[in-house]
Design a binder for this molecule. Sequence first.
Ligand SMILES: Cc1cc2nc3c(=O)[nH]c(=O)nc-3n(C[C@H](O)[C@H](O)[C@H](O)COP(=O)(O)O)c2cc1C
Length: 506
Amino acid sequence: MAWWLIVVVVIGGVSLVVALHDVFQRKHAILRTFPVVGHLRFLLEKAGPELRQYIVADNEEERPFSRDERRWVYTTAKRQNPYFGFGTDTDVDVTGHLTFRHSAFPVARTIEAGAPIPCTKTLGAWRNRPGAFRPDSIVNISGMSFGSLSGAAVRALNEGAAQAGCLHNTGEGGISPHHLHGGDLVFQIGTGYFGARADDGTFSLDRMLETVSKGPVKAIELKLSQGAKPGMGGLLPAPKVTKEIAAARGVPVGQDVASPNSHSAFGDIAGLVDFVEQLADASGLPVGIKSAVGQEAFWVDLSRHMADSGRGPDFVTIDGGEGGTGAGPLVFTDHVALPFFHALGSVYRSFCEAGLSGDVVFIGSGKLGLPPQAALAANLGIDLINVGREAMLAAGCIQAQKCHTGHCPTGVATQNSWFERGLDPTSKGVRVGHYIEGLRRELLRLAYACGAQHPALMGPESLSIVCDGHEMQRAHDWYGIDPTHTHPEGRRDEVLAALGSDRPTG
Ligand SMILES: Cc1cc2nc3c(=O)[nH]c(=O)nc-3n(C[C@H](O)[C@H](O)[C@H](O)COP(=O)(O)O)c2cc1C
């Protein structure tokens, strides 16, 4: 046999063995979907730091999540070494850079793996809802519908939520069997009323109650808008409306499904509050709203109306303009709605002025799934943090930014069965759980370093922001939030008493 033929046979044989191994292993979605060539990604990832020294950019250049941020999520999710060597490569003097001011006397505690960190407020307490409860985890999974995400990804998120003891928001696509793997749910209702929809597309209370009874639903979230595309409707094209998706949403199979840009059930603040109360009365559950922040008058009027009437949402989820979506126009993703921390300042101030900031539970989302941002949010008035894309990263997303094409190579944001097959929900569910536990752990470590027993108790003196490239300012002042509202006198004792034996311990 000619020598070159031997080489071809050997290479072909080795490739076949590698391909079979790749297709049948369950650890790496990329290899299951792209056998043999998928190894290139891992090689390039490994050689990345060396290559970047000669060719490209730094660790913080990529967006929406930098290489460092993604590496932190991946290693945390895999329980590998999440540390970075040699010291920071961040420019710590640039305007906007956040610095935590540690205490000379940190809290001396070790942190158990999976330590829960309960919320300091009770969801639904303000309105005395029968289903009021205090969430066990201040980190929870943000709404991402079945339809925008694959069934395997939804299942991985739900299993991760069960493992980490946190809440899993369904997103606006209804509740599917993929949501029923042990994780507690927040059922989201959007303008399409999926899972709570009459045949003519309007809201149906009976259908909502039917859906809520399908699973462990702990709260209901009424979505007004999301940061990436507020004030805009959406369309799920006919080919994506599979039998499973149609069943979860309560729509006919194989027909286009439109979500309008506004609600048909109400059209002003009084109507919104009445609707919230109707959902809460019928279900007994805490009910909140999710919104991106645009015109400030809405928040001023809503909080005043709530203070005057003593009625309204139990929680408010503030989504930053930098938030994610399965698909959105560039002008909306880039230019509509305030960035998260400015949005928080604006909403929180309105509720403070109405005297309700201690009653309403504030939830935040918009790149908060990383320790510094999450800790900052927790100290500026956010009670619960929702993580969306960071949880997708933990489930195997590589930030290919192809969610809108249906060709997500990792099987996370697709309905393509070959791509979806690559994602093993069980192993990825464990990673999602590890990531949430890991984020909580970092929050606790930061809190302890600052001498606080809960991440929300670090206090205004512990968070500084560089302004104008040289001066340090308190983060509260930078974002215009009054620390006497977020950290009133006696709050520390109140929080510790409320947490009782649930307080995070070592
Ligand atoms: C693929 C995808 C689907 C989403 N679907 C929904 C949805 O159904 N309802 C919703 O309120 N937000 C949706 N979002 C927005 C997220 O819930 C979240 O608010 C936003 O991405 C900000 O959080 P993050 O920066 O942690 O991703 C979606 C985001 C992504 C990336």
